[in-house]
Design a protein around this ligand. Structure first.
Ligand SMILES: Nc1ncnc2c1ncn2[C@@H]1O[C@H](COP(=O)(O)OP(=O)(O)OP(=O)(O)O)[C@@H](O)[C@H]1O
Length: 374
């Protein structure tokens, strides 16, 4: 798929901007702080309902405005779709497809698919486990958009279960009434059911993406690997792969940790506590890999995601935000060769020279809020 037109209103620094887009490579070039990343961030938001830079929507709305609109025309083969999202920080966001009446924002998942690589991706390797879980879950949703619903269900169940545990912990500490724990049994059941589905998808994804990541790392940094992805569940009881088996194991692990959970007032078992261990050779990449190795690792995970979605017939838009300036010449050229044939590749760079020659395509100059084709 590719985006044929991007239209923003009160998004980040843009009061209004209209950007027609072609398939192939488009580079947005301009000095720092002029709004290049803001453009590709908007495309990424349509794909994930989140920003790769911030965790809440408020900074995405232009200072002084109370809502932002991202609108994009999408082409997939012969099919055209218009997707529109209205961001209302503090209130529910709204979505429309083909100017229809309102749909839930999560119903637009799957229309735009992106693989986005940006300097922030270093956190995939060096950051907290939550960064790696988000990587897995976003890719799961890109592969299978209905998983967006499973993820929100999991978050909702977890929140409600934690509220219940917190009041149980408080009641216990203050010597008050003990709670009726049968409600907790119901939430255990929900958590294990939705959690098992998420877990099964993560494990399947890791098995699929492992060889692709290793191949990408070898292409970027020959002889530097191998890389291995190891999933570490929150409890040693969880060893299975199939959904039903994982459900039983999650139920057993929840039963095992119930006493501790009531003491601490928080859910200690489930996919929200799991870790994806990234190994380079025999060592964990986090804490051991060099800066350059960490970059290559993060980039390999993104290239593997790109390969996977393409192989499964979901060609995504590839976004390379400010990445060429960070790479040495060899890796820069390698990356450019790998991505040049993509259906649509959006690149941002501060100077023309940062964009490798093989990525010649459409150029836009971005300066002081104007986006002009050159
Ligand atoms: N909510 C907002 N309202 C108004 N302006 C904003 C908002 N969010 C960001 N900006 C402005 O947008 C600009 C940053 O845009 P962006 O991150 O797209 O820059 P860039 O061109 O990619 O720069 P660089 O080359 O440094 O990465 C900053 O000047 C910032 O002040």
């Amino acid at each position: 798929m590719h985006v044929t037109h991007l239209s923003l209103a009160d998004f980040r620094s843009y009061a209004r901007v209209e950007v027609p887009l072609d398939p192939g490579v488009t580079a947005f070039v301009g000095p720092n702080g002029q709004g290049k990343t803001n453009l590709v961030e908007a495309v990424g938001y349509l794909a994930t309902l989140g920003s790769h830079r911030v965790s809440s929507d408020a900074p995405l709305v232009r200072m002084g405005a109370d809502r932002a609109i991202i609108r994009a025309d999408i082409r997939q083969g012969d099919r055209r779709q218009l997707v529109e999202l209205e961001l209302n920080p503090g209130k529910a966001n709204r979505a429309r497809i083909n100017r229809s009446s309102q749909v839930r924002p999560r119903d637009v998942l799957g229309i735009v698919r992106t693989v986005l690589f940006a300097p922030e991706d270093l956190a995939l390797v060096k950051g907290d486990p939550g960064e790696r879980r988000r990587f897995l879950d976003e890719l799961i949703t890109a592969r299978s958009p209905r998983m967006g619903g499973v993820r929100s269900d999991y978050d909702r169940v977890l929140k409600q279960r934690n509220t219940l545990l917190k009041s149980a912990a408080l009641a216990r500490r203050h010597g008050g009434r003990t709670m009726d724990l049968s409600t907790l049994d119901v939430w255990d059941e929900h958590l294990a059911r939705v959690g098992a589905e998420l877990l099964a998808q993560r494990l399947d994804l890791i098995a699929t993406i492992q060889p692709l990541t290793d191949k990408a790392y070898e292409q970027l940094a020959p002889g530097g690997g191998p890389v291995a992805l190891e999933y570490k569940p929150s409890s040693p009881e969880i060893t299975g792969h199939a959904r039903d088996e994982l459900y039983e194991q999650l139920m057993a692990a929840l039963a095992e940790s119930r006493k501790q959970e009531i003491e601490r007032g928080v859910t200690l078992v489930g996919p929200h506590r799991d870790e994806l261990l990234l190994k380079l050779g025999q060592l964990p990449a986090k804490g051991y890999a060099s800066h350059g190795e960490s970059w290559s690792y993060a980039l390999s995970l993104r290239l593997a995601s790109y390969d996977l979605l393409r192989a499964e017939g979901n060609e995504p838009v590839l976004v390379l935000d400010d990445v060429f300036a960070e790479l040495d010449t060899r890796r820069r050229e390698r990356l450019a060769e790998l991505v040049a044939p993509g259906e649509q590749v959006l690149v941002t760079a501060a100077v023309d020279d940062d964009v490798p020659g093989v990525l010649a395509g459409t150029r836009y100059a971005v300066s002081e809020g104007a986006v002009d084709r050159v």
